[in-house]
Design a protein around this ligand. Structure first.
Ligand code: GTP
Ligand code: SPV
Ligand code: MN
Length: 589
């Protein structure tokens, strides 16, 4: 498939280590993928679903101990520890290679080694980058086929260049004590062993497109961010694009595919999805910030997806989708999950494969981090610009997280430096997307804490440097929080489609069409400027006032926590961040 000597040499070395029974290059041709799918169905790795109702769809169950990313087993291996920073687990590259070599040695003796060449980004984009993943999992091959552009075109794009990310993955025996997701940014290399799940093994996604790419972006002057990208079309037919960083399972896919409320639809508003998880951003020829979606599919959270919350995601998953860890309805061989519109099946199997009666069981049927893998091109609201090789111009950047208290519905930074501070001090309650406790507030700068492939102090500096380069063309930066709760713990803001009401205010601010109140933390909307037409039964002006309010005591407590958080970066923390913190503290006092 290729004469690239760097590729061939590397593959030789990998074969020597893994000692596969057989080696198969993934060409990207349908016939080959169909054959692999049938093989996986035969072995039970995939379950073929009802082909009339869900054509091309399959179900996969991961190992019970392997259902989410494992942050404590994820490593950044740079020569110097301080280059990985306090935000990462670190090991010296030679030590990590030594540790993992025995785990990989001969691991594929009884298995086939699949070689997947892939491109992150459209094949014709100057911003795209090539990776090659070697794996022993057909599930990985079929997921990579949906999530990236695989096969011969990726190798053609690479040509005889040495600039490709080398990914080695083996499910080995899924031993969680010996599970490692190791990144070697200085070698363009990722080694992943003993997992078969999502972000741990689809090496193009979090491992390359965020951890390795963020490191490359720092060196090369661009940004790799954990951001959705969406276009908002106004009644005049103009489309403006925003990018938004929320931590895992905090609403990126939902916002990216938002359905406008009826009154907005009637006026002619439309939403166009460009990406739902990752954004690569470069400064374009006109000096503005342009974003591409490096992915070709969505690896989305399943529970809670329904006709009301995200009909676009639901529609996308009606064909050629891989479902992971949801309920199998044995009556009609379809899938079900918590929050779906239909009633739970009586004759079901839960995500572990055990018989499950949805009417009687007190246990959840689908895993809270169950996922769909589905092609972006099948999304009803996919943007006509989603594969534009130059990307789309970004008017505003949003940061947000799950905050039961403290953070208001929306506020605006005073400038790029202050906006960078908003990102750097973001916090959110943890979710099921990572192994560990759920609901604990942790600081998660730019939603990149688990994904920044280098010292986060340097990453903040990089943000500031990008702002300088963008100069007067910087996008405006905002912070949003859909998750404030009342005393009973209910979400106050209706969220989902109604989030467009907040986006409308944001775009008006970008155009200088609406005033705002300057308060301690930045600019907040005047109550009357958040449009609640059509939802007056759900939320009153009084309540809007409440969720826009800021309680100095809560913020001063937060500041103590930020100080602690910043301290760990020592002199790698740019001085500007401390200046902003001081300003905020003074404002609050
Ligand atoms: P990753 O794929 O892990 O990066 O997650 P994500 O950020 O794409 O999150 P996603 O859109 O899948 O949402 C995760 C959960 O948040 C789902 O259970 C949604 O139902 C819920 N959610 C999304 N948007 C809103 C909102 O506006 N309000 C409320 N209350 N919940 C929301
Ligand atoms: C996330 O956890 O942010 C995801 C899912 O998007 S995973 O690909 O597993 O990282
Ligand atoms: Mn994500």
């Amino acid at each position: 498939m290729t004469n690239n000597k760097f590729v061939l040499d590397w593959i030789n070395g990998v074969e020597e280590l893994l000692k596969p029974k057989k080696t198969v290059w993934i060409t990207g041709e349908e016939a080959q993928l169909e054959e692999l799918k049938n093989e996986a169905i035969k072995t039970g790795e995939l379950i073929l679903l009802n082909q009339e109702l869900l054509p091309g769809c399959t179900l996969h169950r991961s190992a019970v101990n392997d259902v989410a990313r494992v942050e404590d087993r994820t490593f950044i291996c740079t020569s110097k520890e301080e280059d990985a920073g306090p935000n990462n687990n670190w090991k010296a590259p030679n030590e990590m290679y030594e540790k993992l070599t025995p785990l990989f040695d001969g691991v594929m003796k009884e298995r086939t080694m699949y070689i997947i060449p892939y491109s992150m980004g459209p094949i014709d984009s100057p911003y795209s980058k090539v990776g090659i993943e070697v794996t022993d999992s057909i599930y990985v091959v079929l997921n990579m086929k949906i999530m990236t552009r695989i096969g011969q075109p990726a190798l053609d794009l690479l040509g005889d260049s040495n600039d490709f990310v080398r990914g080695v993955h083996s499910t080995a025996d899924l031993d969680d004590k010996e599970r490692y997701i190791a990144h070697f940014p200085e070698d363009n290399t990722i080694w992943s062993v003993n997992s078969g799940y999502g972000g741990n093994v689809l090496l193009g996604k979090k491992c390359f497109a965020l951890r390795i790419a963020s490191y490359q972006g720092k060196k090369e002057g661009w940004m790799a961010e954990h951001m959705l990208i969406l276009g908002i079309e106004n009644p005049q037919g103009e489309v403006r694009y925003i990018a938004a960083a929320f931590p895992s399972a905090c609403g990126k896919t939902n916002l990216a595919m938002l359905i406008p409320p009826e009154i907005y639809r009637d006026k002619g508003y439309k939403i166009w999805t460009v990406g739902d998880d990752i954004s690569w951003m470069n400064i374009g020829e006109d000096g503005r910030l342009y974003a591409i979606n490096p992915e070709a599919g969505f690896f989305g959270v399943v529970p809670g997806t329904n006709q009301k919350s995200n009909p676009n995601a639901l529609a996308t998953t009606r064909k050629d989708t891989i479902f992971t860890n949801v309920v199998l309805n044995e009556d009609d061989n379809t899938v079900w999950w918590e929050g779906l519109d239909e009633e739970a099946p009586v004759n079901g199997r839960d995500w572990k494969g055990n018989p499950w009666n949805g009417l009687e069981s007190t246990e959840k049927g689908a895993h809270p981090n169950s996922r769909f893998t589905t092609a972006a091109k099948n999304c009803p609201c996919i943007s006509p610009e989603w594969e534009n090789p130059q990307g789309v111009p970004i008017s505003a950047i949003l940061f947000g997280g799950r905050r039961a208290k403290t953070a208001p519905l929306v506020y605006e930074s005073t400038d790029w430096q202050h906006g960078t501070f908003l990102g750097a001090t973001m916090a959110s309650e943890t979710t099921a997307a990572i192994m560990g406790d759920v609901g604990v507030v942790r600081r998660d700068p730019m939603a990149m804490l688990p994904f920044c492939g280098y010292n986060m102090g340097d990453y903040f500096s990089h943000w500031l440097e990008m702002g300088e380069k963008l100069d007067d063309k910087v996008p405006k930066i905002f912070h949003v929080n859909w998750f404030r709760v009342d005393d009973e713990g209910n979400y106050i803001w209706p969220g989902f489609g109604d989030n467009l009401r907040v986006l409308e205010w944001i775009l008006k601010r970008c155009d200088g069409e609406v005033d705002a109140d300057k308060i301690s933390i930045g600019y907040v909307p005047k109550v009357e400027d958040i449009n609640i037409e059509g939802i007056e039964d759900k939320i009153s002006k009084e309540t809007i006032k409440e969720i826009l309010s800021v309680k100095p005591k809560e913020w001063l407590d937060d500041i103590e926590n930020i100080k602690e958080f910043f301290k760990q970066f020592g002199d790698r923390l740019p001085k500007e961040m401390m200046d902003e913190l001081e300003k905020l503290e003074n404002n609050l006092k």
